[in-house]
Design a protein around this ligand. Structure first.
Ligand SMILES: Cc1cc2nc3c(=O)[nH]c(=O)nc-3n(C[C@H](O)[C@H](O)[C@H](O)COP(=O)(O)OP(=O)(O)OC[C@H]3O[C@@H](n4cnc5c(N)ncnc54)[C@H](O)[C@@H]3O)c2cc1C
Length: 334
């Protein structure tokens, strides 16, 4: 094997988290390479209206990503597009080998930022209307304000579904929460809140149990959803302006199995303060990591934390196993 160039830092994924990390590492004069499976941008490329990224009242995803990319590149970060990372290996000398199908790279530290994808229903109309402007959304926090005075459907039975349905009630005229089973999976306190809300006189929250969506329909934008009651088999066309799908996230971490520890749902395990994984020199940042808030601002924040903390590791590799003793342990804030 010919002698490979060694990067100070390799970042896996050019989403908001990876680009924010690259801005910091490159500006710190660290030789930085981002490996990106497709094109830079990640999930946020799928929206043309962001209203909750500090400093921008309203900006489109691709526009914001172009700015982030240009800023990181202006300090020397390199981005390789079409470079899907397929595996990683910790070498005996402490460096990390990052493998793509047709090449391999060596780095002193790696930041894993491959993100997640929303779990999809896989029904007709879902892809056609995907985008809050057309009516299908996966994020209540991001898109609820765009549905002021409208009628929306929320799909799901877990914490996010119930919490975000309640959040939607602050904006929409009517929210119909549909769940395929006859009771919710969400925590009791949330379920009680939702049931109390639905039982209020003239409530704008309607709950339909044992109901699944079959198709999202409309012309140019969502106008109705076809619903089926799984007990009676009855099918109905239910008018609505939007459909919020809250059935979970799927992290892009299959390629990391056996390298770092993953949760049962595939999120990367790391410490909450410094984002260190179990492999010295390998950080996790953004929507791929356990307990991520799944927001643009938190994903960029994670990238920055990893980029700042890796300097500690470069100075002293023993820092990796130091415990974060000044940080309150879970459960201590009672
Ligand atoms: C439609 C939509 C609208 C949204 N709106 C908002 C909003 O208004 N406000 C808000 O705060 N948040 C919003 N979000 C959420 C926000 O986009 C995410 O929280 C954020 O993008 C997470 O950033 P990330 O860098 O962690 O991951 P991602 O954005 O998922 O980026 C990960 C990147 O890694 C690449 N990658 C994956 N696997 C590999 C691999 N093996 N090798 C190389 N590259 C790889 C991917 O191609 C991708 O480019 C929205 C999300 C969607 C889908």
């Amino acid at each position: 094997m010919s002698e490979k160039k060694k990067y100070d830092c390799i970042i896996v994924g050019a989403g908001p988290s990876g680009l924010a990390a690259a801005l910091y590492t490159a500006r710190d004069r660290l030789d930085t390479l981002i490996l990106e499976k497709f094109m830079p941008g990640g999930q946020i490329n799928n929206t043309d209206r962001i209203e909750n990224y500090p400093g921008f009242e309203n900006i489109g995803g691709p526009d914001l990503i172009m700015k982030m990319m240009a800023q990181a590149q202006s300090f020397g970060a390199q981005i390789k597009n079409g470079a899907e990372v397929t595996s990683l290996k910790k070498l005996d000398d402490g460096d990390i080998q990052v493998n793509c199908d047709d090449d391999e790279y060596i780095a002193k530290v790696v930041i894993l930022a491959p993100g997640s994808d929303y779990r999809k229903l896989g029904i007709p109309g879902e892809d056609e209307f995907r985008n809050a402007g057309a009516g299908v959304s996966y994020c209540g926090t991001c898109d609820a304000p765009f549905f002021k005075g409208k009628e929306v459907i929320a799909v799901g039975g877990g914490n996010t579904a119930v919490e975000d349905a309640l959040h939607l009630c602050k904006f929409a005229n009517k929210v119909t929460l549909i769940h395929r089973r006859d009771e919710f999976r969400a925590t009791r306190v949330l379920v009680e809140e939702a049931l109390a809300k639905a039982n209020e006189p003239d409530s704008n929250l309607v709950i339909k149990y044992s109901t699944i969506p079959l198709a999202i329909e409309g012309r140019d934008r969502v106008q109705s959803i076809k619903l089926k009651n799984v007990k009676t088999e009855d099918v109905e066309d239910y008018p609505c302006d939007g459909v919020f799908i809250f059935i979970g996230m799927v992290p892009n971490t299959d390629f990391l199995k056996g390298f770092v520890d993953l949760t049962e749902h595939g999120f990367i395990k790391c410490d909450g303060a410094y984002l260190r994984t179990k492999i010295p020199g390998v950080f996790a940042a953004g929507d791929c990591r356990v307990a991520a808030a799944m927001q643009l601002a938190t994903a960029t924040g994670d990238g920055v934390i990893a980029a700042m903390m890796l300097k500690q590791y470069l100075r002293d590799p023993n820092w990796w196993t130091e415990d974060a003793s000044d940080i309150l342990p879970p459960g201590s804030l009672k």
